[in-house]
Design a protein. Structure first.
Length: 200
């Protein structure tokens, strides 16, 4: 089913690790000019003590995840960062929200975004860019939580993702948070107005 036949829209937000996706996503949800909810990804990774099932992620066993995967229950799903854990966007909650007129925010990686755009070509895809490569590397190193080899994998992956930014309808540089949020809100207003015009 194409989202063009549904009253809601999918909004995809992607960007390399360390670019600030979570912070921007939270602000967009709070200030969105359209009725928006965030899609909760499913994962096979263990729940951390501060995480709530159904809020941070939908935590599934590897067997449950595999069963849903064979039933084509995911819009997109991939093993991330080679840790063996799966992450994915369940189809039913997204389509249900779109059917009720909601816009659904998916904060997903490039691989997942390309899969969703194949099925939902009118998805509003936004790629967050760092101000510079140096700043992105500084942010990732500044976390100080990962050994050098993991950091190198993250940086290699970030470089790969940045090369695919042109696959997105919009690219926004996340230099100053308030301005970034204003830029994304303007995109949502424009897309909402365009959708209203084409519906009339």
């Amino acid at each position: 089913m194409m989202s063009g036949q549904l009253p809601g829209r999918i909004v995809i937000l992607s960007g390399p690790s360390g670019v600030g996706k979570t912070t921007v996503a939270n602000r967009i949800l709070a200030e969105s000019p359209v009725p928006m909810i965030r899609s909760v990804s499913a994962t096979t990774r263990p729940r951390r003590p501060d995480e709530i099932d159904g809020v941070h992620y939908r935590f599934l066993s590897p067997d449950e995840f595999e069963r849903l995967r064979t039933q084509n229950a995911f819009l997109e799903c991939f093993q991330v960062f080679g840790d063996g854990h799966w992450y994915g966007t369940l189809r039913e909650p997204v389509v249900s929200a779109l059917s009720s007129g909601k816009w659904v925010l998916l904060v997903i990686d490039v691989q997942g975004a390309l899969a969703v755009q194949t099925e939902f070509p009118d998805a509003v895809s936004i790629f967050l860019l760092p101000k510079s490569w140096q700043e992105l590397e500084q942010r990732l190193r500044g976390r100080g939580t990962e050994p050098e080899e993991v950091l190198r994998v993250r940086l290699d992956r970030a470089a790969e993702e940045l090369r695919l930014a042109e696959k997105y309808r919009y690219q926004v540089v996340n230099d100053e948070l308030d301005q970034t949020v204003r830029d994304v809100i303007e995109i949502l207003k424009k897309e909402s107005a365009d959708a209203s015009r084409s519906a009339n």
